[in-house]
Ligand binder design. Sequence first.
Ligand code: AMP
Ligand code: MN
Ligand code: MN
Ligand code: MN
Length: 276
Amino acid sequence: MLLSYDLHSHSSASDGSLEPAELVSFAHQQGVNVLALTDHDITAGITEARYAAEKLGMQLIAGVEISVLWRKQTLHILGLNIDHDNETLQAGLAKIRQARAVRAIEIGKRLEKAGVSDAYEQAKAISNGENVTRTHFAKVIIDSGFAKDMKQVFKRYLVQGKPGYVAGEWAEMPEALEWIKNAGGISVIAHPARYRLSATKMRLMIEEFMSAGGQGIEVISGSHSQDESQRIAALARQYSLLASRGSDFHDPAIPYINMKTLPPLPSGLTPIWESW
Ligand code: AMP
Ligand code: MN
Ligand code: MN
Ligand code: MN
């Protein structure tokens, strides 16, 4: 049987709307056989997700999506097939969550000035408590009536140059790769087309990623267009990077990111799961 792999997803341990066990059961309904849980900078959902997956005859890959700074730009690096008990990895993630906590307070202050009262308290209350993301602030701003949907709220409040934007003090790329390697995992550049890098900068980023020991790239992503996937597939072939496929699922209410309609990997690529 051909297995269906989804190697990028979020639970309520970070900014997903479903509890880890609910996420696994949702993925099962969508026909996914192998799911990676890759919450932002935290692995707290993995034990619950793995237990739920075993009961459904699915395979759960332990993962994490690490927030990284590369030349002042935020990038996301996935660590797949990690030992989530690894101390080096956990110490690194704890440091990023600390930076997140500081940033969240600052975002709250700025949103307060923009008229959104108790933004920090509310965002913290709908998060798991120790991992407040912009997604949580987005929900609070919408519920307070300042924006109509996710797209609008990010554009008006949460991206660079807008009232609720605060840069995060994330990990350096080689540092994050080292944590993942230490935990026995494989590093993957998440949704590369999302960063709006020029062709030259994209190559530079890939080359620095590879010289720091990075091995994989997300070719198929819920946030890539068909053209973008083809462009990234060409880079994966050229650089002999392992190809990954993930929906980046957060919420069943977001209709454009769908586990079921995610395309297969294009031909001529080495799937990252081949060695598993
Ligand atoms: P943070 O890591 O706290 O900066 O939050 C980033 C998260 O916000 C991403 O992982 C997405 O889930 C979400 N996000 C970023 N930009 C958008 C957008 N334009 N629309 C919807 N969600 C977004
Ligand atoms: Mn997210
Ligand atoms: Mn991401
Ligand atoms: Mn993600």
